[in-house]
Design a protein around this ligand. Structure first.
Ligand code: MG
Length: 304
């Protein structure tokens, strides 16, 4: 099941994406059916996660009985898609996690090509940077000459936990979404720590949906790709990640509490703009589409 947060006629709703482009208004359906005993009617994916797993199971059972061909669906293009999570507490990120991307970055930065991280490199992006599908990414031309893209599979945490073992890691996952970890490469280098270069406003496109974990057989085997103006720049499979989903959750949660609604972007494959010869970073008017198998396509335009 693919859940999304959207606005229609100025009202926020929780939706279900049906057959790729049909939006079923789940909030309205639950309201019409007396809420199915829920504490409240969720109007976005964060609220759905907050209701807990029993409520979700009840909603899923209800949905199985609905014949979607008889329901009123709105085309995805006719709603305003919001970032799926409106109360994201943390957007954690994994740095270099794909071997070929690390090699291209090492070469571009004049380091030995085969120098790999021994431990996971974690950083975060602020929630103020988050925008949704079709939201505009500010070029920030007064601050950076090298705005770059990074398609990433992102984990959405569903159950609170600290010191989560890799064996139990997937039990803490609500689902998966897409993050485009837009990065100002010059700021990333200049400030030493990655925070500034990764955190400018609008540089965390997220969505368009959160696919529930039950619909993703193996998150460590998903095709990940990105195009700029239709030109394929990145294309790899999450099986190429050095650190798996389970390892990332185990190591990040060691002594650090993960909460429902937290997002963990898992790193990007090779093909980023700054490592191309010559570098090809993002400019105003570029349209970037990030795709992850089983989730969909997250599209954003760069604007002034
Ligand atoms: Mg990244």
């Amino acid at each position: 099941m693919k859940f999304l947060s959207f606005i229609k006629q100025n009202q926020p709703y929780l939706g279900l994406l049906v057959d790729g482009d049909g939006v079923f208004n789940l909030s309205a359906y639950l309201t019409q059916h007396d809420g199915h005993g829920l504490q409240f009617i969720p109007t976005n994916v964060s609220q759905l996660i907050a209701l807990g797993e029993i409520a979700l199971t009840n909603i899923q059972k209800t949905l199985l009985d609905i014949d979607m061909s008889e329901q009123e669906l709105t085309h995805l293009d006719n709603v305003e898609v919001l970032p799926p999570l409106d109360i994201t507490k943390n957007v954690f990120c994994v740095g270099r996690n794909y071997r070929e991307h690390i090699i291209e970055g090492n070469i571009a930065n004049g380091r030995p090509a085969n120098s790999f991280p021994e431990a996971i490199e974690f950083f975060s992006k602020p929630s103020t940077a988050v925008i949704g599908h079709k939201g505009h990414v500010n070029r920030h031309a007064n601050l950076t000459n090298s705005l770059d893209y990074e398609v990433e599979l992102a984990i959405v945490i569903g159950r609170r936990g600290t010191n989560i073992s890799r064996e139990n890691a997937l039990d803490h996952v609500f689902g998966y979404t897409i993050v485009n970890d837009i990065t100002a490469r010059d700021l990333q280098k200049r400030h030493g720590q990655w925070l500034k270069g990764k955190s400018l406003d609008t540089t965390c496109p997220m969505g368009p949906v959160v696919t529930h974990r039950s619909a993703i057989e193996n998150p460590n085997d998903l095709n990940v790709s990105l195009t700029v103006n239709g030109e394929l720049r990145q294309s790899e499979n999450t099986s190429s990640m050095i650190f798996s989903i389970e390892t990332i959750i185990e190591q990040l949660s060691a002594g650090l509490t993960l909460e429902p609604g937290d997002v963990i972007a898992t790193g990007t494959p090779k093909g980023v703009g700054f490592a191309m010869t010559p570098p090809r970073c993002l400019e105003v008017g570029d349209v970037v589409s990030a795709q992850v198998q089983g989730i969909g396509t997250l599209t954003n335009e760069i604007t002034a």
